[in-house]
Ligand binder design. Structure first.
Ligand code: HEC
Ligand code: HEC
Length: 270
């Protein structure tokens, strides 16, 4: 038997590698063929008009590039909100769980426990979303997109660039809002009651409970947010925004800073 020369071994290995590449290309091709190649090309080229016209032709916008990878995710990876919107308009459905947790939103509204802001490194400035009424959440998201709700945390650069229409688009609003409502609320049973708890409770019962519910959950309607468990820092800041007319609230409140603190602390532990 002939011994293989080193050159031959290299050739042999290269041959294996080549076969592997062909196999890889083939498997990618067969998987990718599930989604119409023309849509894929249009997404890669950022050609919004082409996506729209393919959708009009009836091409399936829900097709997958590979299992678990619908076209919309690819458009998201290309950071092209216009393409995403065109896919959605053409019938692509959006998975709210993906849209909140696996896109940039999860950075702050937490991938660890979906819809829950982690209370560290600025997390206390971030509202919990989990369990919130979808009507309220959808209204807030649309207000961010239109600019009606500004960001008091601009200085921190927290959130602002993520809530604008370059990332957050109309097509994501309802799926995210519905998903958020389905999530389990923040468990605040460990939050320690502060010394001003009773003062906060008195203010809350008299001035807030009629709309936000005695328990902070059973609100008067679905456009009034559940407050129970929001971080005190977030609520305190938000009350300051209402006071300064930087965010609209149903009632003009004349709470002092001390009262704002008390009611915010109370809400965090209720
Ligand atoms: C860098 C951190 C950050 C990221 C990323 C982020 N947010 Fe936020 N989010 C915030 C902060 C901070 C606020 C409070 C802003 C304010 O009131 O000015 C907020 C507020 C909200 C609210 C309003 C909640 C309420 O109780 O009124 C919703 C809804 C929301 N974000 C959804 C999203 C979605 C959807 C995304 C992804 C497109 C996202 N956020 C990305 C930090 C972030
Ligand atoms: C007349 C009904 C009403 C009363 C009374 C009321 N609120 Fe509200 N509150 C609302 C509505 C409606 C919203 C949603 C506003 C919006 O769409 O942005 C809201 C929003 C809020 C928010 C924002 C929540 C978030 O997640 O960003 C906070 C905080 C809040 N209220 C605290 C209070 C406190 C504290 C009191 C009592 C001092 C109070 N509210 C009294 C109706 C009311």
């Amino acid at each position: 038997m002939l011994m293989k020369s080193p050159v031959n071994s290299v050739g042999y290995l290269l041959g294996c590698f080549q076969r592997f590449l062909i196999f890889l290309a083939f498997s990618l091709f067969t998987v990718a063929s599930q989604a119409d190649e023309r849509v894929l090309d249009a997404i890669k080229a950022g050609d919004v008009a082409a996506v729209k016209s393919l959708a009009n032709e009836g091409v399936d916008m829900n097709a997958e590039v590979k299992p678990g990878w619908p076209l919309i995710r690819m458009a998201y990876l290309m950071k092209n909100p216009e393409i995403m919107q065109a896919l959605i308009a053409g019938g692509a459905s959006v998975d709210g769980e993906w849209a909140l947790n696996e896109t940039s939103c999860g950075k702050c509204h937490s991938r660890k426990i979906p819809g829950i802001a982690e209370g560290k490194e600025g997390g206390v400035f971030v509202p919990h979303l989990a369990g919130q009424h979808s009507d309220y959440t959808a209204k807030q998201l649309r207000a961010f997109i239109s600019g009606d709700r500004a960001h008091h945390l601009e200085g921190f650069n927290l959130g602002k660039s993520y809530h604008e229409s370059s990332i957050l688009i109309e097509g994501l609003v309802d799926p995210i809002a519905d998903y958020v409502q389905s999530l389990e609320r923040f468990d605040n049973s460990e939050v320690i009651k502060t010394a001003n708890h009773d003062a906060g409770s008195a203010i809350y019962s008299k001035q807030c409970a009629s709309c936000h519910g005695e328990n902070g959950v059973d609100t008067m309607n679905s456009s009034t947010p559940e407050l129970a468990g929001l971080y005190s820092v977030y609520t305190f800041n938000t009350l300051g925004l209402f006071k300064d007319n930087k965010r609209t609230h149903n009632i003009a409140s004349s709470l002092s800073e001390e009262e704002m603190q008390a009611v915010a602390d109370y809400i965090s532990a209720m």
